[in-house]
Ligand binder design. Sequence first.
Ligand code: G3H
Ligand code: 13P
Ligand code: ZN
Length: 346
Amino acid sequence: MPLVSMRQLLDEAAKGGYGVGAFNVNNMEQIQAIMEAARETKSPVIVQASRGARSYSQDRFLYHLMLAATELYPEIPTVLHLDHGNSVDTCKSAIAMGFTSVMMDGSLMPDGKTPSTFEYNVKTTREVVEMAHAKGITVEGEIGCLGGIEDGHGAGLDGLSHLTDPDQAVEFVRQTGVDALAIAIGTSHGAYKFTKKPTGETLKMDRLIEIHRRLPRTHLVMHGSSSVPKDLQDIINQYGGKLKPTWGVPIEEIQLGIKNGVRKINVDTDNRLAITGAIRKVFAEKPEEFDPRSYLKPARDAMKKVVAVRMTQFGQAGHAGDYAPIPLADMARRYEGRGMPVVSSE
Ligand code: G3H
Ligand code: 13P
Ligand code: ZN
């Protein structure tokens, strides 16, 4: 099947009461790992590429690899999503390339660091919504700012400095018409999210629940949702790495989010850890090896394992065959009639 819109996947997830992982990719092995995990668990998938990934892969390479994925895994509904688009132009070029979903992250200025004004965020996001919906493409917006900056996204804050204000979230959705909304509830990008095991109070789940109560028909997105498992950290450190002790987002908190309107869960760091650990292990145990396949294959397998586990934990497993893809032109027509009804999880 062709690449599908993210809106359809998230509407179906709302109907079924589950979440869908959005996994970042930069190369062929990462795409293969996700598609194999999707086949094994029978999951619909969101594959996402950041600006950094687009520039690393020259963008067309990534796009054609994704077309290969749709040919080789025709039974898997697959979305190609732009992660953290920093401007209208970035979103425009992704749409021109064939992405079926874009994130306009107007919570930050185009530098990806400086928190923007509400007015700037509404204006840029609205512009992207108009352009994207005319082609049936999905739009994710963000209100509030995530912490951390190590991956080049985020305001460099502690994750709690710019939490999403529920009133602003309601107003933002009303004024922009976004399909999905990323909210800041205390997570941050990268491996160093928390310095001790987070308790139920560390993440502002009450805020998430309040936003869902006020916006029951908007698909919520959790960024910075890697769990940073200790076993993956240990493998890296065992084979010469130097990670400092750190904690990520507990799976139970993500599952609580899914019960309260979270439909898209962004995961990149866990896969980076799995890949790096597997490569370090081969380098340490078989220093005579120099065929890249000797370490890229275990790296791909390690990522596949993490993705398959997340797909099961998020509940998307088993849902790949639930629905037929809606062509993008049909999606565009539905938007024309003032947005199609979002299937509420309630
Ligand atoms: O949001 C951040 C993702 O982990 C992507 O990171 O910009 O280094 O590709 P990146
Ligand atoms: P992690 O760094 O927690 O994997 O988050 C990734 C992300 O939010 C991508 O947008
Ligand atoms: Zn993010």
